[in-house]
Design a protein around this ligand. Sequence first.
Ligand code: PLP
Length: 368
Amino acid sequence: MAEGRVYNFSAGPSAMPLEVLQEVQREMVNYKGSGMSVMEMSHRSKEFMAIAAEAEKNLRDIFDVPSDYKVLMLQGGATLQFSTVALNMLGTKGKADYLVTGQWGEKAHKECNKYGTGQLACNTKSTKFTTIPQKSEWKLDTEAAYVHYCANETVNGVEFSYTPDVGSVPLVADMSSNFCSKPIEVGKHAYIYAGIQKNLGPAGMAVGFLRPDFADGSKELKICPTYCSFKTTGDNGSMYNTPACFTLYVMGEYLKYTKKVGGLAHWAEQSDKKSGMLYGMIDGSDGFYQCPVEKSARSRMNVPFTIKGGDEALEKKFLDEAKKHKLYTLAGHRSVGGCRASLYNGLPLEGVATLTDFMKSFMDENRK
Ligand code: PLP
C-alpha cells in the first residue's frame, strides 16, 4: 500500500491536479451553500445549469472555439464517438478515410465499417505503429465524407505535431489523449472529440467541437440512435437526457484551474519540459533504455520504452523498484509490454524528475 499520494503515470484514467481534487473535496457534501452535493442535484436545477453553462463557456474560451461551432458534452467516452462519428458524418457518400497510426485509430476505422466503408488512407501497423508517414504516402479520396486521424496514440506513443492537411475533405480528430495539452486549430477540423479522463477530468464523458454543417442532421444516417445524434445533442444543449453530472462538474473545475494557471500555453510548456526530460534520459542512456517510436512522431503524453532491448525480468524489477520511489503505473500496455510513462497535466514536473533520477540509478546498477 502506498503512503500518501504517489506519482501516477497511468495512461488513463490518470493523475489529476491536486488543487482540482482539493476543491472538489471542499465542495463535496454542500456545493456552494446549496445544501447538497452536485452528485445529488437535478440536472435541471439552476445550480447545475450554471455549472454546465460555465463549463461550456470555459471550453470555448480556452480552446478558442469558433463561435458558430457547437460544443458537445457527451456520455460514453471516446469509444462511443467512433460509431457516433460515422453515424452522423457518413451521409450519402457512405465512405470515409482513416489515417491509422496506432491501435485507437485502428478501432475507429473498424467501427466505421459497421455503418459504411472505412478506407485506409495509411496504416503503419507493419512498423508496429512507430511512425507517421509523410502526406505524399497517404491515399486520400477527395470523395470521402471525412478523414479521421488520432492526434495522439496512447498505447503506441505516436503524436501528430501538426494538423493534417487534407484539402477540402472534412477533418475529424480523436484528441482523447492530448486534449488540453497544447493549443489546437479547431477551425481546421469539422469535428474534434476527446474522452476527458486523461487531461481534463474523470472518466465517463467526451467533449466535442462540431462545425455547423454537421450539426443540422443532414448527414445523419437513418439508423443513428437518438442518443448519438449530433443534432439532438446540439439542439438540446447536451442535455437531451441526464448528463454525467458529477463528471461534468469536475471537468468544469479542471477548466477553471486551467484558466488560472495560464491556459493551454501553460500545459504545453509543462508537457514540453516533462517529455523533453524523459526522452533526454532515454536517448542519453546508450541503448539501456530505448523508445521504439521514430523521433519526429514521438508523443509528449505517452512515452513507451524498453529496458536492455526488452529484458522482461529486468523490466519487472524496474517496475517493482520504481514503486519504492512513489513511481506508479509504469507498465506498458498489455498488448505491447515494456514500460510506458504517461505525462498528462496532472503529473507534476517533479514526478518526472524523480523518475529520471531513478532511471539513472537503476541503469548504473543494472547495466552489466
Ligand atoms: N482514443 C484514444 C486516443 C484513447 O486513448 C482512448 C482510451 O484510452 C480511447 C479512444 C477510448 O476511450 P474510452 O475508454 O473513453 O472509450
